[in-house]
Design a binder for this molecule. Structure first.
Ligand code: OAD
Length: 232
């Protein structure tokens, strides 16, 4: 039985990283048009880089919580294929030991040249004048997918959704496409679907089952049940 797991900011909340749309979340405190669009970056690169520098710093010291650890344990112990597709730009799945992982919205770990598209490992702090190592133009930006840009590895994700037997969404509001549409794709392909989230997401009605609670409690319990032979 193959499993695809979609994760969002809620899985990292208990590791001390802010979500986006909860009360006090990043997009409640900041305007995403200024900080998460190519147009915002063109208007004020210093403000955009300062925002991501602060986030990158927070991620550097954050530790995976019980939910990340449980998913890594599932991948190691499960006889079938387990793919984690994360919308998160932190590295907590990697730190927990997950290997089969797609960062569909990019990652803080990467730098991208807005001029030539070259990619390289991100420095801890980026400044607008930083030259691209390939073309030398001062166009360094985070390798993070902004609104209006295409998420990474969509063909591979769609192929996995079409072939999976179980799709699980964890800690995501279901408000951002294309990730919000993955449950429909998985259902259409005949997979069972499960949502684990603090509250019902915008897509909750589409899942076969939706459980509410903190990821650090729900995810380890679900993984133990699955590995113990209980139905998903
Ligand atoms: P959101 O902030 O939209 O949603 C987070 C979800 O996690 C909410 O439904 C919360 O109820 C839930 N949640 C909060 N704490 C939780 C906990 N301890 N356990 C379980 N669930 C919890 O975040 P995303 O859905 O990930 O894009 O947002 C999707 C994308 O929008 C992000 O990847 C980001 C943003 O713009 C980029 O940065 C490119």
């Amino acid at each position: 039985m193959d499993i695809v797991i979609l994760t969002g900011a809620g899985i990292s909340a208990e590791s001390g990283l802010s979500t986006f749309r909860d009360t006090g979340g990043l997009w409640a405190r900041h305007d995403w048009r200024d900080l998460a669009t190519p147009a915002g970056f063109a208007r004020d690169p210093a403000a955009v880089l300062a925002f991501y520098n602060a986030r990158r710093q927070a991620v550097r010291t954050a530790r995976p919580n019980a939910a990340h650890v449980a998913l890594a344990r599932l991948e190691a112990a499960w006889p079938g294929r387990v793919l984690v597709v994360t919308q998160n730009v932190d590295d907590l799945h990697e730190k927990a030991g997950t290997r089969n992982l797609i960062h569909m919205h990019g990652a803080h770990a990467g730098a991208l040249c807005a001029a030539c598209g070259h990619r390289w490992p991100a420095p801890l702090v980026m400044a607008p004048a930083d030259p691209c190592p390939a073309c030398a133009r001062p166009a360094t930006r985070p390798d993070i997918v902004w609104f209006g840009e295409t998420p990474r590895q969509l063909p591979a994700i769609h192929a996995a959704l079409a072939a999976c037997d179980l799709f699980v969404a964890i800690g995501t509001s279901g408000r951002v496409q294309p990730a919000a549409g993955f449950v429909r794709r998985a259902r259409t392909a005949g997979a069972r679907t499960l949502e684990l989230n603090l509250e019902p997401s915008a897509q909750a009605a589409l899942f076969d089952a939706a459980l509410q609670g903190p990821a650090s409690r729900l995810v380890p319990a679900w993984v133990e049940g699955l590995l113990g032979g209980r139905a998903p």
